[in-house]
Write a protein that binds this ligand. Structure first.
Ligand code: SF4
Ligand code: SF4
Length: 444
């Protein structure tokens, strides 16, 4: 077995030196590249966050809000920084401080409480919500709404959310034991995520098939919940830590060697539980043990050196690095290695594959203008490769890129790398690849 990544946990234990103001991070910061404003660069934001910490600026300052909230939290600045500055730790603390003082309207407060306290941590609420969206699409109402332009009468956020909605596939259907059986080559506990089973059921099914094909025993701890990544990005630190503790409890007795996720954003968050709970007298050690077991699916499969017969996929494929896989988890070569293993695939790199697509959690909903500018560059880079398929390993990136291609009527498929592996395995075993589930998310 081999390993590539420097995990978030390992990185968090590295020296966290002060910013030396060298400016090397400016050239990789998507917001600075778009706005050419020092306050929208990592260095400018660090200056503002230091001022907040030292009491030179109030948490209620409009200037602070503007520049801190325009950050994508893509963490490209961390990869570029020669001084080991852990930008995300500062940013999470700054957002939590801002949230404490921020004044929300009654409606905004109610929506936030519903989304962050109820919906995202309740499978029942999410299942009902996505069932309603499936009906909205199947009964033709979505076509009517999009065609009528009626959404222009509502707050812009609603229109942005609607435009991002992909064709929602059937909910994932798989049955796994809640505890490891120990009868595989290795055993993993699968982290499902909150929206993944609803929006990316076929990706989960493909992940499970590929793991099983490689002799890995899989279990699904039943009490797991949302990872808390969106909460922390939105300044909801207390709620994020609650969710972290619930997941640590849920996976503690799973009997598995590793915890595997196919969502880069979730993986980055899970790997940082150790850092986030390092001062918790009850959870510190358990959180660290949990984080050390977490692997992204590409990292795990590459480490395993997968085998078995694969059929040919005659496809030209490019790859987009999810920020939370590359910059937060340090994983670059694993997904590329996996794609290159598939017979028939012509792999082509895109320019700036390591630059954010503008998704960034719910950034594309909260800051649609800048998110669309950033997305436009990503789409142009994809098109320039001439690829017919773009692979990326994070739900937000899958949705964002797919929405960008759909808006431009470009017939380029967007898939998770594991779906291509699954497709090749299925073709290798002479099953009918044309019915493969990943094709349900073909761009129209
Ligand atoms: S996290 Fe991304 S957007 Fe934010 S300052 Fe760093 S590079 Fe810029
Ligand atoms: S964050 Fe790092 S790269 Fe950016 S200015 Fe500071 S020391 Fe330089």
């Amino acid at each position: 077995m081999k390993t590539e990544a420097v995990t978030g946990e390992a990185r968090s234990e590295a020296d966290n030196l002060d910013c030396i103001h060298c400016g090397l991070c400016l050239a990789v910061c998507p917001t600075y590249l778009q706005l050419a404003n020092e306050a929208d660069s990592p260095r400018g934001r660090i200056y503002l966050m230091d001022a907040l910490k030292e009491g030179r600026v109030e948490p209620s300052s409009g200037n602070l809000h503007k520049h801190v909230l325009l950050c994508l939290e893509c963490r490209a600045c961390e990869t570029a920084c020669p001084s080991g500055v852990r930008f995300s730790i500062m940013m999470n603390a700054a957002r939590a401080a801002i949230l404490e003082r921020r004044r929300f309207s009654t409606i905004e407060r109610a929506v936030r409480r519903f989304v962050f306290d109820r919906a995202m941590s309740s499978r029942v609420v999410l299942r009902l919500g996505f069932a309603a969206l499936r009906i909205y699409q199947l009964c033709g109402l979505q076509r009517l709404v999009r065609g009528s332009g009626i959404l222009k009468l509502f707050p812009a956020t609603l229109g942005t959310m609607e435009s991002l909605l992909p064709v929602i596939p059937n909910r994932a259907s798989y049955s796994l034991p809640v505890r490891g059986t120990g009868n595989g080559r290795l055993s993993v506990a699968f982290f499902e995520g909150c929206i993944m089973p609803e929006l990316f059921g076929p990706t989960h099914e493909a992940t499970i098939r590929v793991l099983e094909r490689n002799g890995v025993a899989i279990c699904l701890p039943s009490r797991q919940t949302c990872c808390g990544a969106l909460h922390i990005h939105e300044g909801e630190m207390g709620k994020a830590l609650d969710l972290a503790r619930r997941n640590i409890d849920a996976f503690e007795d799973d009997g598995a060697d590793f915890i595997v996720t196919n969502a880069a954003g979730c993986g980055a968050m899970l790997k940082e539980y150790g850092q986030l709970l390092k001062d918790d007298p009850v959870y510190a050690g358990r959180a660290s043990a949990f984080s050390h077991r977490v692997k992204d699916i590409s990292e795990f499969l590459d480490m395993l050196e997968i085998g078995g017969e694969m059929g040919r996929l005659e496809l030209k494929v490019t790859y987009d690095d999810p920020c939370h896989l590359l910059h937060a988890q340090g994983i670059r070569s694993a997904p590329r290695n996996l794609l290159r293993r598939i017979p028939g695939i012509e792999f082509v790199e895109m320019s700036d594959s390591d630059r954010c697509c503008g998704s960034a959690g719910i950034y594309n909903i909260m800051q649609p203008g800048l998110a669309n500018q950033i997305l436009a560059e990503k789409i142009a880079n994809i098109v320039r490769t001439g690829a017919s398929v773009v692979a990326t390993g994070n739900p937000g990136c899958l949705l964002q890129i797919e929405a960008g291609l759909r808006a431009r009527k470009l017939a380029i498929r967007v898939v998770h790398p594991v779906e291509l592996l699954d497709e090749a395995y299925r073709r290798g075993s002479r099953s009918d690849a044309s019915s493969h589930s990943s094709q349900q998310r073909r761009c129209e």
